[in-house]
Design a protein around this ligand. Structure first.
Ligand SMILES: CC(C)[C@H](C(=O)O)[C@@H](O)C(=O)O
Ligand code: SF4
Length: 472
């Protein structure tokens, strides 16, 4: 018998029953609830007079619609206030823990789950949000679900799912100076495409993955959905355990010891055969930025805008042309010659403390270009407080950035933080499709260090060059 994968082990331990059509019923350990995707699920429960099966398996937090400034004066009767109030009411009614926006535990669901120790290795964790794949960084099966599935989880703690194949993304080599995991994942998606992972859970493995911090592993897994995979995972290791130990909702004492023993059995067995495998050497990478309206349309910063005329595949050619029209870009332009109007540092991809440190290191002692409006939105209150303790807020403010409160913000523009039509943004978020950051807005995805460098330069720029300009 060949060995089992990390995914397979967790799947097997949560399997309730198999159905004849090939699908299965899975037990779900944990459910994160946010304001955008949950109202319909709660309304469904209320309509049928059903209760939440295991209230303590849920945590609710409002993140998408929350304003990131003037929170004391949220417009009463406005959409944000109504959405936040609705979530709070539903949580109270169904006995679920709700984290108020004033709490020091508030933040984006995918940032606070791990911070609280709610996200654990070996668990099944879901949320009505596609970037739930983030939590797989801890060695969990974690994926986004739709509103009717949220209702099923709330009322039964189970979910009907189809077992995925498993693709291993093996990362070798050491990441060069000035690069981050965001460059890796953009390069991976540029190579395998936005449907490269469809039908598969991705397990990221190899020396370059083991070397990553938990924050970086979260960035990696976060963008699995942008490669078409609902699940991204990294095997839990000493770094995972060290991150979780002592967190508010992590097991304590004897339970911790038991958990640790079990978690150590989770990594994929050495003799396991993956359904698919792709390999990358990260030591050959240069910083990546997206130029189009799909994360797959990304290239090394030293490149030029590609020419659709050179593309032999007709469908791709049309898609590229459409991207360039929307982005207001012409083939042959050097990526470094693209001027920007806005910078957004934040989101569940890159709104963690390491991301802010990396951006601040580039910004320290410099000024945001006069033509650029730049904001930093920490992914959580914890990140914000930590950054303030390190005086990173001063670094950003002194350079001309705005320093905001936690939330999804300009990643998705569901609050007031949006691009104006035609504006071009260097963004650390994960999606760049048309209108994502505001109607007519143009998004270039990149790492926090690259976004910071763009803020200073006023155009896309290779951060490694700025680092060489006499700054430590
Ligand atoms: C609004 C929410 C349901 C959505 C998602 O599912 O991911 C959002 O978080 C996003 O990033 O597009
Ligand atoms: S930060 Fe962006 S990607 Fe993450 S959950 Fe919020 S809207 Fe979705």
């Amino acid at each position: 018998m060949t060995g089992r994968t990390l995914y397979g082990k967790i799947w097997d331990s949560h399997l309730v029953k198999n159905y004849e059509d090939g699908s299965s019923l899975l037990y779900i350990d944990r459910h994160l609830v946010q304001e955008v995707s949950s109202p319909q699920a709660f309304a469904g429960l209320a309509l049928q007079g059903r209760a939440v099966r295991r209230p303590q398996a849920n945590v609710a937090v409002a993140d998408h619609a929350v304003p990131t400034r003037n929170r004391a004066n949220i417009e009463v009767g406005g959409l944000a206030q109504l959405q936040i109030a609705r979530l709070e009411e539903n949580a109270a009614r169904f006995g679920i823990d709700y984290i108020p926006i004033e709490s020091r535990h508030h933040g984006i669901v995918h940032v606070i789950g791990p911070e609280l120790g709610f996200t654990l290795p070996g668990a099944t964790l879901v949320c009505g949000d596609s970037h739930t794949c983030t939590h797989g960084a801890f060695g969990a099966i974690s994926f986004g679900i739709g509103a009717s599935e949220c209702e099923a989880v709330l009322s039964t703690q189970c979910l009907r799912q189809t077992r995925q194949k498993v693709m291993r993304v093996w990362l070798d080599g050491a990441l060069p100076f000035g690069l981050s995991v965001k460059d890796i994942i953009l390069a991976v998606i540029a190579r395998i495409g936005t449907s490269g992972g469809v039908g598969h859970a991705i397990e990221y493995a190899g020396p370059a993955v083991q070397a990553l911090s938990m924050e970086a592993r979260m960035t990696l897994c976060n963008m699995s959905i942008e490669a078409g995979s609902r699940v991204g995972m990294v095997a839990p290791d000493e770094r995972t355990f060290a991150y979780l130990e002592g967190r508010a909702m992590a097991p304590k004492g004897k339970l911790w010891d038991q958990a640790l023993e079990y978690w150590q059995t989770l990594p994929s067995d050495a003799d396991v055969v993956f359904d698919r495998e792709v390999r990358f050497d990260v030591s050959e990478l240069t910083p990546f930025v997206s130029w189009g309206t799909s994360p797959e349309e990304s290239a090394p910063i030293g490149a030029r805008i590609p020419d659709p005329a050179a593309e032999s595949d007709g469908v791709k050619r049309l898609r590229m042309q459409r991207s360039l029209d929307y982005m207001g870009l012409t083939p042959g332009t050097r990526l470094e010659d693209i001027g920007i109007d806005r910078v957004f540092i934040g989101s569940c991809t890159n709104g963690r403390i390491e991301d802010l440190r990396a951006a601040a290191a580039v910004i320290a002692g410099r000024r945001v270009a006069s033509s650029v409006e730049a904001i930093v939105v920490p992914g959580s209150a914890q990140v914000r407080l930590q950054a303030e303790a390190e005086r990173l807020d001063r670094v950003f403010l002194d350079a001309g950035f705005e320093w905001r409160e936690a939330g999804c913000s300009m990643c998705v523009g569901m609050n007031d933080d949006r691009l104006r039509p035609g504006e071009r943004c260097a963004s650390t978020s994960n999606r760049n499709f048309e209108g994502r950051q505001g109607i007519g807005g143009r998004t270039h995805l990149m790492s926090p260090a690259m976004a910071a460098a763009a803020a200073i330069a006023g155009h896309l720029v290779d951060v490694r060059r700025m680092a060489g300009e006499g700054h430590a």
